[in-house]
Design a protein around this ligand. Structure first.
Ligand code: FAD
Length: 525
């Protein structure tokens, strides 16, 4: 791997490329791997000196939120194993290719003391994946600004970087959502943000005040329980845990120890209170709060204050170029295929993909913000880019009509894409065939083809030939079940299949339910 100033010549010098990817976190490494697999020529640039992205620094304490279970109900490296290994990047095309050393890389790198990797283990896993798969990055190259110009083949984007100028018709930004965001509350400029957290020993014996009750705030509180003499966590609304929301929304179970300390009155206080201002005093700080329930003021003295108030995407001048953003994190408004809704040709990968919300059924968001969701989106994105911009893309294999129900049931049972992106991605089988010139048309009585894994929102909204899509969905009560969507003459109907106590969705009963819902469509049985 090319390190800045290292002996290896740096790849991708400034110039013209068909496509440029920016970043070297899991998002960029995964999308580069997938593009390479599809034969799409591209350059990858990153300001970092080595792979890993945000995981080179965060999370600060202890371990990640996402697990890798070495002894899962599937063989290590098999496709079904990915359901239990949220942290390895994907070294396959989504099919059942033979197991190779490139798959499930994280298992080799974890010391076995926990299924949650430590930050250094995760960083090593991303670097090892890049090494084993040959993903190459120009490190130490900072994207600084962006323009557009007319080129011989239409509009091109121009990236101005610390190393020179890059031109490309297609850009993929995988620049993360890890830039500090602080509200403009008076005195907030006096305090540190999460990103400025110091080593744990610096907080030994201190009174710590953490502003914010999301995962990053609880990660700090949990990591500093054995250092700080007192920890106050405060924000206006009550903290909810993932166990209460039946989803990854809320404080992850990994970080709820401070809640128990609060309940046992053992040095942690969790307040539902607005932060009105922060005052610097001789002994440190006074945080002026106002209780959410009764509006009563409560000044709290602290030796250290950390704002765990959130992160934004470092999109530099893209908004000025025409990329619309929304919300506190300044995520770009995107299509179902993670293309800027307002600036075609600009795509996003990695955790920024969480901006494409999908159906939001039951109000539960996708897992695109984490590695185990974004890695599947990256594979779909690479295929979409190959098809839209480079006349490429994988084949769409036929599926025999008498294998349709069994295939859909099997996917609901074990497809890692459907389980890790519940209610967001779906396996799509389409009744059509490809006409000359690559144009697809509806063919009455045509063959079933496997369209692969696609965003469910795209299937539901965009129309097209008769088709069936299977997803796995979880609702707010924690019930998980397969959901079959059938499109006939442009109308999509939803068929929720029964849940099963052991999620055994591949049985004859499920196949029969799918056959009944398909009602002879394309001769499916
Ligand atoms: C505190 C915290 C803890 C998290 N914990 C987990 C977890 O346990 N598990 C999990 O799955 N997810 C976790 N996440 C979500 C996490 O952000 C993503 O899963 C993942 O790291 C994002 O990968 P990425 O490649 O999209 O972005 P990043 O990892 O943030 O990488 C962004 C890359 O873009 C580069 N870059 C940015 N700007 C420029 C520029 N101008 N020029 C050149 N290069 C640039 C950076 O150098 C970096 O290489 C966490 C997030 C936070 C904030």
């Amino acid at each position: 791997m090319a390190e800045v100033g290292g002996p290896v010549e740096r790849p991708f010098p400034p110039g013209d490329y068909p496509l440029v990817v920016v970043g070297s976190g899991p998002g960029a490494i995964q999308v580069s791997y997938c593009l390479k697999r599809l034969g799409v020529d591209h350059a990858v640039l990153s300001r970092d000196p080595a792979p890993g992205g945000m995981f080179r620094r965060f999370p600060f304490f202890q371990r990640l939120l996402s697990w890798t279970k070495p002894y899962a109900p599937a063989r290590r490296g098999e496709r079904a194993f990915e359901r239990y290994d949220w942290n390895s990047l994907l070294a396959r095309g989504g099919d059942d290719t033979p197991i190779t050393d490139d798959q499930a890389v994280m298992v080799d790198l974890m010391d076995g003391t926990s299924e949650f990797p430590s930050r250094p283990e995760m960083e090593a896993g991303i670097a090892e994946f890049a090494r084993r798969t040959g993903v190459v990055v120009r490190y130490g190259c900072t994207w600084e600004s962006t323009t557009r110009e007319e080129g011989p083949d239409g509009v091109r984007f121009v990236l101005h970087t610390s190393d020179g100028t890059y031109r490309a018709r297609v850009l993929v930004f995988a620049v993360g959502v890890a830039q500090a965001w602080q509200p403009d509350t008076p005195g907030m400029d006096l305090v540190a943000h999460y990103v400025d957290t110091r080593p744990a020993a610096d907080y030994a014996g201190k009174r710590l005040f953490i502003i914010g009750k999301q995962n990053s705030g609880f990660e700090l509180a949990n990591g500093l329980l054995s250092y700080a003499q007192r920890i106050v966590l405060a924000s206006p609304r009550p903290a909810r845990t993932s166990v209460e929301t039946n989803s990854l929304v809320g404080i992850r179970a990994r970080y709820v120890q401070p809640v128990e300390d609060h309940i046992m009155a053992s040095g942690v206080f969790i307040l539902n209170a607005a932060i009105e201002r922060v005052e610097a005093v001789e002994s440190g700080f006074v945080v002026h709060t106002r209780g959410s329930a009764d509006g009563s003021p409560l000044p709290v003295e602290a030796d250290a204050v950390i704002a765990a108030t959130g992160f934004t995407a470092p999109l530099l001048d893209l908004p000025a170029l025409g990329v619309t953003t929304f919300g506190q994190s300044r995520l770009p408004a995107m299509t179902d295929f993670w293309e800027s809704a307002t600036m075609p040709g600009i795509y996003f990968a990695g955790t920024i993909m969480q901006g494409a919300k999908g159906p939001l059924k039951y109000g539960i968001p996708s897992n695109s913000g984490a590695v185990h969701g974004a890695r599947y989106n990256a594979r779909i994105l690479a295929r979409h880019i190959a098809e839209q911009h480079f006349d490429g893309g994988p084949a769409r294999p036929p599926v025999p009509p008498d294998g349709v129900a069994a295939y859909l049931a099997r996917e609901a049972f074990e497809a890692p894409e459907l389980w890790n992106q519940k209610g967001y991605l779906a396996r799509v089988l389409t009744l059509d065939d490809a006409a000359p010139g690559g144009k697809r048309r509806h063919a009455a009585g045509g063959a079933w083809r496997d369209d692969g894994i696609l965003p469910l929102a795209h299937f539901a909204d965009v129309g097209g030939p008769d088709a069936a899509a299977i997803a796995v969905e979880g609702d707010q009560a924690g019930v998980i079940r397969p959901a079959l969507y059938i499109r006939r003459r442009g109308v999509v109907t939803e068929h929720l299949l029964d849940p099963h106590p052991l999620h055994a969705f591949a049985s004859a009963d499920y196949r029969a339910a799918i056959v009944a819902a398909l009602a002879g469509l394309g001769g499916a049985s």
